[in-house]
Design a protein around this ligand. Structure first.
Ligand SMILES: *Cc1c(COP(=O)(O)O)cnc(C)c1O
Length: 411
């Protein structure tokens, strides 16, 4: 049964239409779409009953464990349009030492994906759909990892890309974007300034705008985190999910996945509480959550070591807040100091090198176990969204003289 890879087996698809996430307005499938008429993200809708009739849980388990195992729940119609770099199932790793003060703690390590971050899931899907729909030039504002994933997948697809990043984007990200074939510029502003410039380029340069949630398919790629998590846990879900929230694609996508699985009876009972984790230096979603607002306000002077969640304004803010509230979760912020301490603690105690955004979820878990918002009985999942190797590490400068013995130099 394993002889057919997910990339050469054709599968039936079940997309029926798209819907505006805000007002439910209907849009045709198999056409190029950007935002809805209301200026908000579009969500892909499926005939889930027909999908569930065409594939069973045991059929899925016969297939290789990668993102494309879930084809019937994904939008790409034609197998030949899938642009893949090997999107493996990412492991769930138990943190035995870190969990001492709380309940069961698992980290889903998304750093194993192509380009070293979970942006690969979203961009793999969005670029495959761009190919399917005949798009030939793409532009994107990015804090780093999204641009790197776009560059890799678009280059593989033969699509030209233009990437704009804030000038203080981590050096490795700017270089990997360039190395993987995109044209990249540093902009003396934040991601929303880059986004505005991409918008101008789309109007005048025939760029297709791939800003977070401004095309419908990145959410579907990120949705595979939820499908995969449920699958890995034997079609069960954890009690609480801590998600480092920038544009919120993954939180929105996972919540969509859980609800789609619930609609066909593959998940029963309570869905996870979704927790949006931000940094105190850029916490627009936390502020809106606490104020009971459905939309967030632009966060002025956004600053945090966790560049991936430095997003002062998110076009899908209401979708993040709806998911958090419907799931009885919450939004919480941690300081840069807590992030760095968490990163060091996980590395020193568990040998697990997180990215700063992943460390933010650990810091938030710790804080909320103490606050009582999370119970020691809860099984919690953190998302380590990128490999820790992409980020600057502390110096290690010890040296030895090979002409002397070790003992006389040891101190
Ligand atoms: C993009 C990114 C995030 C935020 O993800 P969203 O789904 O856009 O909220 C967090 N961490 C890292 C490392 C990222 O690259």
């Amino acid at each position: 049964m394993h002889c057919l890879s997910n990339l050469n087996a054709d599968r039936p698809t079940f997309v029926t239409h798209l819907e505006c996430g805000l007002d439910g307005g209907r849009y045709e499938s198999d056409q190029i779409h950007r935002l809805s008429k209301a200026g908000r993200p579009l969500l892909v809708k499926y005939d889930m009953d027909a999908a569930a009739e065409s594939v069973s849980k045991s059929d899925l388990h016969e297939r290789p464990a990668d993102m494309w195992r879930y084809r019937e729940f994904l939008p790409v119609r034609r197998t030949e349009n899938i642009i893949s770099l090997g999107e493996c199932q990412t492991p769930l790793i138990r943190m035995h030492k870190l969990e001492a003060e709380g309940g069961e703690l698992l980290v889903k390590d998304e750093g194993r994906l192509p380009t070293g971050s979970f942006k690969a899931r979203g961009l793999c899907m969005a670029v495959s759909m761009a190919k399917e729909l005949g798009i030939s030039r793409i532009a994107m504002p990015t804090n780093g990892n999204a641009g790197a994933a776009l560059a890799a997948y678009a280059t593989r697809a033969g699509i030209e890309t233009f990437v704009l990043c804030p000038e203080d984007t981590p050096e490795i990200n700017v270089r990997e974007i360039a190395a993987q074939g995109a044209k990249v510029w540093r902009v003396n502003g934040l991601i929303n300034d880059c986004g505005r410039m991409v918008g101008e380029g789309s109007a005048t340069m025939d760029w297709f705008d791939f800003s977070t949630l401004k095309e419908p398919y990145r959410i579907e790629g990120k949705k595979t985190m939820g499908l995969e998590l449920a699958d890995q846990l034997g079609w069960e879900v954890p009690d609480v999910i801590f998600y480092p929230t920038g544009g919120g694609t993954g939180l929105i996508g996972m919540w969509k996945a859980f609800n789609e699985l619930k609609a066909i009876g593959w998940l029963t009972g309570k869905l996870p509480r979704m927790v949006a984790v931000q940094a105190t230096g850029c916490a627009p979603i936390v502020k809106a959550f606490e104020q009971g607002a459905r939309h967030a306000e632009l966060w002025p002077d956004a600053a945090t070591v966790a560049a991936g969640i430095r997003v002062p304004v998110a076009v899908g803010d209401f979708l993040i807040l709806d998911a958090v509230r419907e799931s009885h979760g919450f939004a919480t912020a941690v300081t840069d100091e807590e992030i760095v301490d968490g990163l060091n603690e996980a590395a020193q105690k568990e040998g697990f090198l997180m990215c700063p955004e992943g460390a933010a979820t650990y810091a938030a878990w710790k804080k909320e176990v103490r606050s009582g918002r999370v119970s020691p009985k809860d099984r919690c999942v953190l998302f380590n969204c990128a490999t820790g190797l992409k980020y600057p590490l502390p110096e290690a400068n010890n040296t030895l003289d090979c002409h002397k013995s070790f003992a006389e130099q040891w101190s």
